[in-house]
Design a protein around this ligand. Structure first.
Ligand SMILES: [Zn+2]
Ligand SMILES: [Zn+2]
Length: 496
């Protein structure tokens, strides 16, 4: 691997200190995702960010009557454009600085993910690492390289300018791939494939914890037959393999040759590469199905709290689910030896921005971990079952919400709708922090609400006022929810 990596710009074990270990294999510690794999998975996931058409239609509805005709015309034009653009694949992008996520993007109808990152960050992209779900096109690459990025990593399947689409543009796609190679070899930036094999029990661990997570467990109370989980998972696996994998080996080899990875076409590199890709796709599908796309369940607030204020209106379910899966992925970087928690903060601008995420933009993210710079062994890591209170971990672990707030990349603006997605109910230590930071909405599970354990309690969440709480629960009343969210119509659109 390593040899091929040096020849091919393929780095399986990165040289950087923080990249080099797939897991800090300490006894008693649970397997962790490497940062590189986490960034790669998040880039794939961002490619799947729900299309923002729903949001757009909603805002158009208000001034519908006058514009009906022009809308129709626009739509016709739209489908035409879509056909022409079919060879450009939607791409997900994670921007990383000093090994910390500073932004999440995806392509919009008009702009590629790389161009969006450039518009939003400009020369601040200098020294950043970019993780793409597809090899970016030459137009994106030249600007990114020009901005002085440090490293560009991409998923080695079909590139942004698709080599698989059967249109007359395939010649153009090849020409673009050539230009990309030329830009790559003349740039200071490192353009490479960064995939690391998972540690041996990682997959099994992800399967178990996905099944045991609050969301599935809550649903299991209503549907004792939990085969819905494995069914959903099988569907996701099929769907993502179609999207992110090239099942035909010869075809995959052809793509690798065209995008300058010919040395990876030899075995064992080729089969290792494909195995790594398959493992990561399987992991993504497993985590994604832990917050299943199900019309009976979603993030809802209790009836008494329903409000008409704009700031308190719920996100479309598919977007809420998407962000929660981001948090679930982050949880696999935990340093807590028992329970991983992930948190992501997003906000909504008042107008559509250029991003494929519509009005949403990323604020920050985190997972539970010991304070930055400390070694695992610096602190006690016993849980509350151990008798001696002094050696327990709870005073030392920084919670996911706390890390997301500390390392946020944007300010939380009081006039905007901001929301935090946490994989477990925020504890009494975190609830006032979230409120104090000015976050308007919490999306989480409510399994722990009202629980009091020896070292951690969840009493304050229930009483919290001034922040809307959307917990994973049975769709409270079909009709009422239809009015509010129209999840059914969105659902069917999403499934198509
Ligand atoms: Zn591009
Ligand atoms: Zn907490």
């Amino acid at each position: 691997w390593k040899e091929a990596g040096q020849m091919q710009n393929l780095e399986i074990t990165g040289a950087g200190r923080s990249v080099s270990t797939q897991t800090d294999s300490m006894t008693g510690q649970i397997p962790r995702l490497s940062k590189v794999n986490l960034f790669t998975l998040l880039s794939l996931w961002m490619e799947l960010f729900p299309a923002v058409e729903g949001q757009r239609q909603k805002s158009q509805k208000n001034d519908n009557s006058q514009h009906n005709n022009s809308c129709l015309k626009k739509n016709k034009k739209h489908t035409k454009e879509k056909k022409n653009k079919k060879h450009v694949k939607k791409t997900g992008l994670v921007v990383v600085k000093n090994m910390k996520i500073v932004d999440l993007h995806c392509s919009s109808e008009e702009l590629h993910a790389g161009k969006i990152a450039l518009i939003k960050h400009g020369s601040r992209l200098k020294n950043c690492d970019l993780y793409f779900s597809r090899k970016p096109c030459s137009a994106c690459l030249k600007m990114i390289v020009n901005a002085g990025v440090n490293r560009i990593s991409y998923w080695p399947a079909d590139p942004e300018i698709s080599l698989l689409s059967e249109t007359s543009t395939s010649e153009d796609a090849k020409l673009d791939a050539k230009a990309v190679e030329r830009l790559k070899s003349n740039s200071r930036a490192h353009v490479c494939v960064l995939l690391q094999p998972l540690v041996c029990c990682m997959m099994q661990f992800v399967e178990e914890t996905s099944y045991k997570c609050d969301f599935i467990q809550k649903m299991a109370k209503t549907f004792p037959d939990t085969t819905f989980y494995s069914k959903c998972r099988q569907e996701r696996i099929k769907e993502y393999e179609l999207l992110f994998f090239v099942s035909n080996e010869e075809l995959h080899k052809q793509i690798l040759m065209t995008i300058g990875l010919e040395n990876l076409c030899e075995n064992p590199y080729f089969s290792n590469l494909r195995q790594n890709m398959k493992d990561l796709i399987l992991l993504l599908a497993t985590v994604a199905s832990s917050v299943p796309n199900c019309k009976h369940y979603g993030f809802y607030c209790d009836k008494t709290e329903q409000s008409n204020e704009i700031h308190n209106q719920s996100l479309p379910q598919e977007i809420a689910r998407h962000c929660m899966v981001q948090a679930r992925l982050l949880a696999y970087r935990t340093e807590d030896h028992k329970i991983g928690v992930g948190a992501v903060i997003w906000a909504e601008k008042k107008s559509q921005n250029c991003d494929g995420t519509g009005m949403m933009y990323f604020i920050g993210c985190g997972y539970n971990a010991f304070p930055v710079g400390s070694e695992y062994a610096d602190f006690p890591n016993m849980d509350d079952k151990q008798k001696d209170r002094e050696i327990r971990k709870f005073r030392y672990i920084v919670h996911a919400e706390q890390n997301a707030l500390t390392f946020r990349c944007q300010e939380i603006k009081p006039e905007e709708k901001s929301m935090i997605f946490v994989t477990k109910c925020p504890c009494d230590e975190c609830v006032p922090l979230i409120k104090g930071a000015g976050i308007k909405q919490i999306y989480t599970g409510d399994i722990d609400v009202g629980r009091k354990k020896a070292d951690i309690s969840y009493m304050r969440f229930g009483e919290l006022e001034g922040v809307s709480k959307f917990t994973w629960q049975l769709n409270p009343a079909g009709t009422c929810v239809l009015e509010r969210n129209e999840p059914e119509s969105r659902e069917s659109k999403y499934l198509q």
